[in-house]
Ligand binder design. Structure first.
Ligand code: SF4
Ligand code: SF4
Length: 95
């Protein structure tokens, strides 16, 4: 019997649309505290709710996770959904 494929993947990747790159819309930028991030702490694939909920598909679920800021629109959903609050939204003009 064929093994059932349980992998979940994004339906499509980010790309330039009529409004340009979605990263150009951003006024807030997500900053990850890897020390608080569950997969980084546990050194294994876990959580990845930021990847699951990101509407732009710009979170790369790896160790550590990465966000493609060229296309991140700064909506803050990832920060809202992150259980340990490892993502902080900061103003673009601050570092
Ligand atoms: S702020 Fe977070 S959820 Fe929103 S587009 Fe950027 S990475 Fe995705
Ligand atoms: S939701 Fe938070 S804890 Fe979970 S992988 Fe993303 S940044 Fe890490």
């Amino acid at each position: 019997m064929k093994k059932k494929d349980t992998n979940v993947a994004a339906m499509c990747g980010p790309q330039i649309g009529e409004g340009g790159k979605t990263g150009d819309w951003r006024s807030l930028r997500p900053v990850i505290s890897h020390e608080r991030c569950i997969p980084f702490q546990k050194k294994k694939s876990a959580c990845f709710l930021c990847w699951l909920y990101c509407p732009e598909g710009v979170v790369k679920a790896g160790l550590p996770i990465e966000i493609n800021l060229e296309y991140c629109k700064g909506c803050g959903i990832c920060a809202e959904e992150c259980p340990p609050k490892a993502i902080l939204m900061v103003r673009e003009d601050k570092s």
